[in-house]
Design a protein around this ligand. Sequence first.
Ligand code: ATP
Ligand code: MG
Length: 434
Amino acid sequence: MSQTLQAIRGMNDILPADAERWEAFEELIRDWLTAYGYRPIRMPLVEPTPLFARAIGAVTDIVEKEMYSFTDSLNGEQLTLRPEGTASCVRAVLQHNLLYDGPKRLWYLGPMFRHERPQKGRYRQFHQVGVEALGLTGPDIDAEQIIMCSRLWDDLGLNSDGSIKLEINSLGQLDERAAHRTALIAYLENHADQLDEEARRRLHSNPLRILDTKNPALQTLVEGAPKLIDYLGSDSLKHFEGVQRLLKDAAIPYRINPRLVRGLDYYTLTVFEWVTERLGAQGTVCAGGRYDGLVEQLGGKPAPACGFAMGIERLMALLEAQEGFIAPPAPDVYVVHLGEAAQRLAFRTAEMLRDSGCAVFTHMGGGSFKAQFKRADASGAQLAVIIGDDEAAKNEVTIKPLRVAAEQQRVPLDELTIRVGEWLYGADEETTEE
Ligand code: ATP
Ligand code: MG
């Protein structure tokens, strides 16, 4: 007996009821992004491996241990399934010279791949909505991106209790980070005996990341560490204050978290995360910030940039708990029919109704009228259109309301769409358009 095949661990099927919720979410997302002037971009799922090593940084969780990398056996190229979107997006912007006529606001949505230990809220194929603004220097765009997140939580009805909380920090500029880094390494070296293996490995390559450790044993140590914010110069502080002023104007509550450093190397100045306790350990639903150095690092003319990414699975988990986010979809009309002539008329009828904008489910698989009505009822359709031998012979159909107590009505075929329109949208309207 052959074994049933299974999906790869950590890579999920999204079944119809969930997929419908995803689609409703995606529709809302598009309107929201359009309202802030963002335009869509789609990048490949596979990129040359050096792109991520260069963009994300060699000593990061992603590049050290999470990338799905392989050699293309056809030509020997080193390739990687994209672990995040920013590097690809900037690569595309540079490759197509999109910044030639000024700043760009871009967004994308799609799967990302990281070889992580699968658990609730952490998968190997997961999905992000990514939002990037390139070419803008001021704190205004940072603030607008945070404000737009806040609007999305409202649009989704997710934050009426304030349980998705905003944390912000500033990572300053490279030279400020360098000064802090020296102090941080000295501090950590003084406490070398307390470090775990990972921290010891990162001590001289990426000490900032040690502050982000998830090891509970290191928490007291990192809390006492030198804070990056104390090393910021006046320009960086001014930028950070600018962001905060706009957040206050927008009445968005936030907390400055000096240990918020983000997993990727490319961030500068503002970083932020939206975190909730409603999801257990994997509570960050959205993370982002400014990455002024990345464009140049990937070979472009220096250009400032700011962006964020939302984990769709985590947002869907929040939405799942929320009744009524989407109504289960139902056809407008369910066509039941009995006999060969009736079946042929049923097909013509269904296409006519679709021409007029209706969603139509034509019964298939035969069965008595009684059995078909059971299906029609279960489908959630508003109306059944009934076609038997007698109707077929006279080119007529019977319309039967399924959700309200009312008489069924027999009509000539050429009146069908008008009558159906009346049933669905009220007697005043001649058409069945929305
Ligand atoms: P963490 O510290 O939790 O590993 P990260 O810094 O790796 O997070 P980002 O690279 O900033 O996460 O990704 C942005 C968002 O994408 C996260 O806040 C989260 O919502 C989502 N995300 C990241 N990795 C995963 C994953 N493996 N499965 C599901 N969602 C994820
Ligand atoms: Mg991670």
